[in-house]
Each structure stands twice: as C-alpha cells, then as structure tokens.
Design a protein. Structure first.
Length: 76
C-alpha cells in the first residue's frame, strides 16, 4: 500500500535524525574507514564517500523540490 503523507514525513524525520546523530559523533578516522560496497564488492568505499552520496542526494532532492515549488507558485 502507499503510505500516507504523514507516514512519509515521520519516516523522513526518523532518517534525518539518524544522519544527524551519526554526524554529531563520527570521527575523521571513522569517516576514512573502508566498507564493503554491497553493489560492487570489488570496489570498497569509505564511510566518507557513502556520506557524500547521501548528502548529494539530499541536496539534489531539495533543488528539484524548490524548483518545482517555484514553478507552481509562478503559475497564474
């Protein structure tokens, strides 16, 4: 079933809290730790590179949302 808008907001807030909690305690050494890449086991990734992906995705989603809201507001 499709979740309600309120359910989506709760899930998103939970994920944002997880990332914020991680950022509040992570060290530079932990960011540089190499992790197994589940999609390409022959190409390990650092925690830092994984975090960059998460933050870049968040930024791109924000850009599209703002762009779309601007277009909706500009319509007569």
């Amino acid at each position: 079933t499709t979740p309600s808008y309120d359910e989506v907001l709760v899930a998103r807030a939970d994920r944002v809290a997880l990332v914020r909690g991680f950022l509040a305690t992570v060290t530079a050494d932990e960011l540089d730790e190499v992790r197994r890449n589940p999609h390409a086991p022959d190409h390990p990734e650092t925690t830092r590179s994984c975090l960059h992906v998460i933050l870049e995705e968040e930024w791109e989603h924000h850009r599209y949302a703002v762009r779309d809201l601007d277009q909706l507001e500009a319509q007569p």
